[in-house]
Design a protein around this ligand. Structure first.
Ligand code: NDP
Ligand code: MG
Length: 396
C-alpha cells in the first residue's frame, strides 16, 4: 500500500475535529495527522499532539504558543508551533498535505479554508460559514485549482451520496427535480411560543439527536443552521433556492434526499454520528469503517416528516431571503447571526432577539455585489457593526 495520506485538521479541538481524529486513528495505514489547530482549549490540543504527533500545530497567539512549544519539547515531541491566521494558512496549504478538514467554526475559517482550496487540496468542508459567506468566489477557486470538495455536513454528505457522479453538469441535465434537506427541528420544535423568550443557552444547546459545538447547537435550535445549509446546498450542487425544500424529520435518521424527475427519491440513512460523513469524505470514493454502530431500523421503528413553521423559525425565512438576494446578503446574514448567537450564549440577549437582530441588519444594509474577498469581509464587518449597534442601543 502507498504511504499514508497527510491530513491537516483545522479546528482539531472541536466536536468535528475530535470525530475526525477518532476516524483517522482507526486507519493508521491510510491516514497520518500532518497538522492540528486549536483556539482556546490548549490543554486538549497538547493531549492531541501527544496522541497524534503532528509536524505542526497552530494556536492564535504568541505567548500560549511559547508555552505549548515548551510543553511539547518536555513531552519529547518535535512538533513545531505556528501562530495565528498565517499559521493556519500555512498548514492548510503545505505541499506535504493531501487533505484538509475545515472544521473551524464561523467566519474565522474562511481564509485558511480558501488557502487549502487555492493549493488544490482535497477539502473536507465542515465550516459551512466559509461557503455561505463567499459562495461564488469559493466555488470559482475550487474550479480554478481543481481541488476536490467533499461535504462533511451530514445533509450535504447525504445529498452528495444520492447524486449521480456527473451532477456537476447541472441538476436538470442529470434529472434531479429537487433536493429535500432534512432538519430535526431542534430542541424547540414543540416548545410553546410564549416560552421561547425565556429559554436558556443550556436548553438551546441540548440538541435531541446530535452532540455538537455550542454555536451550531444554537443555530440548530433557531433553524438558522438549516438556512445556512440551504445556501450551502445551492453552492455545492449548483441549485436555485427554490430547488431546495426543507423537511422536518425529528428522528434524524434520514440525512437528506434527492428527488428525480422519474419519481425516484433517493435517501441516505444512518445513526446521527458525524463520523459517518467524515469517514465517507476521507475515503471517498472508497468506504471505510467509521466506528458508527449499524442502524437498527426496528429500534428506530418510525420516521416522521413535517413542514417547517416559519413563524416559529423566523431565521429560516431570513436565510431563504438572503439566499434569493445573493451577493453580499449571505455574508451579512452569517455575520449578524454570529454576533447575535455569541450574545445569546453570553446571556445578553433573549433567544427570539437573535432573529430580530439579523432582520434589522439585513433591512438596514443594502445588498451589494461581492467580487473579491475584501468585499466579503467588508460586508461581514458592516453586519457585525450593525449587530453591535443593536446590542448597545438595547443596553446589552
Ligand atoms: P466547536 O465549537 O466544537 O469547534 C470549533 C473549532 O474551531 C475548535 O477547534 C475551536 O478551538 C476552533 N475555533 C474557534 N474559534 C476560532 C477562531 N476564531 N480561530 C481559529 N479557530 C477557532 O464546533 P463544531 O466542531 O461543532 O463545528 C465546527 C464547524 O463544523 C462549524 O462550522 C459547524 O457549523 C460545522 N458542522 C458541525 C457539525 C457538528 O456535528 N458538530 C455538523 C455539521 C457542520 P477551541 O475549541 O480550542 O477554542
Ligand atoms: Mg448539518
Amino acid at each position: 500500500m502507498s504511504r499514508p495520506q497527510q491530513i491537516t485538521v483545522l479546528g482539531a479541538t472541536g466536536s468535528i475535529g475530535l470525530s475526525t481524529l477518532d476516524v483517522i486513528a482507526r486507519h493508521p495505514e491510510r491516514y497520518q495527522v500532518f497538522a492540528l489547530s486549536g483556539y482556546s482549549r490548549l490543554a486538549e490540543l497538547l493531549a492531541l499532539c501527544v496522541r497524534h504527533s503532528p509536524q505542526f500545530v497552530v494556536v492564535p497567539e504568541v505567548e500560549p504558543a511559547r508555552r505549548l512549544q515548551d510543553d511539547l519539547r518536555a513531552a519529547g515531541l518535535s512538533t513545531r508551533v505556528l501562530v495565528g491566521e498565517e499559521g493556519l494558512c500555512r498548514i492548510a496549504s503545505d505541499p506535504a498535505v493531501d487533505a484538509v478538514m475545515a472544521a473551524i467554526v464561523g467566519a474565522a475559517g474562511l481564509r485558511p479554508t480558501l488557502a487549502a482550496v487555492e493549493a488544490g487540496k482535497k477539502i473536507l468542508l465542515a465550516n459551512k460559514e466559509a461557503l455561505v459567506m463567499s459562495g461564488a468566489l469559493f466555488m470559482q477557486a475550487v474550479r480554478k485549482s481543481g481541488s476536490v470538495l467533499l461535504p462533511i455536513d451530514s445533509e450535504h454528505n447525504a445529498i452528495f451520496q444520492c447524486m449521480p457522479g456527473n451532477f456537476a453538469q447541472g441538476l436538470e441535465a442529470v434529472g434531479v427535480r429537487r433536493i429535500l434537506l432534512t432538519a430535526s427541528g431542534g430542541p424547540f420544535r414543540q416548545t410553546p411560543m410564549a416560552e421561547l423568550a425565556h429559554v436558556s443557552p443550556a436548553q438551546a444547546c441540548a440538541h435531541p439527536n446530535w452532540s455538537m459545538g455550542r454555536k451550531i447547537s444554537v443555530d440548530s435550535a433557531s433553524m438558522m443552521n438549516k438556512g445556512l445549509e440551504l445556501i450551502e446546498a445551492c453552492w455545492l450542487f449548483d441549485a436555485r433556492p427554490s430547488q431546495v425544500e426543507v423537511v422536518i424529520h425529528p428522528q434524524s435518521v434520514i440525512h437528506s434526499l434527492v428527488d428525480y424527475v422519474d419519481g425516484s427519491v433517493l435517501a441516505q440513512l444512518g445513526n446521527p454520528d458525524m463520523r459517518t460523513p467524515i469517514a465517507n469524505a476521507l475515503a471517498w470514493p472508497e468506504r471505510i469503517d467509521s466506528g458508527v454502530a449499524p442502524l437498527d431500523l426496528f429500534a428506530v421503528a418510525r420516521l416522521d416528516f413535517e413542514a417547517p413553521d416559519e413563524d416559529r423559525f423566523p431565521c429560516l425565512r431570513l436565510a431563504r431571503q438572503a439566499a434569493e438576494a445573493g451577493n453580499s446578503a449571505p455574508a451579512m446574514l452569517n455575520a449578524a447571526n454570529e454576533v447575535a448567537v455569541a450574545a445569546f450564549l453570553d446571556e445578553r440577549v433573549r433567544y427570539p432577539e437573535i432573529a430580530s437582530i439579523i432582520e434589522e441588519v439585513l433591512n438596514l444594509e443594502p445588498v451589494v455585489p461581492v467580487d473579491d474577498l475584501d468585499a466579503v469581509f467588508t460586508a461581514d464587518a458592516k453586519a457585525r457593526l450593525l449587530a453591535e449597534q443593536w446590542l448597545s442601543r438595547h443596553g446589552r
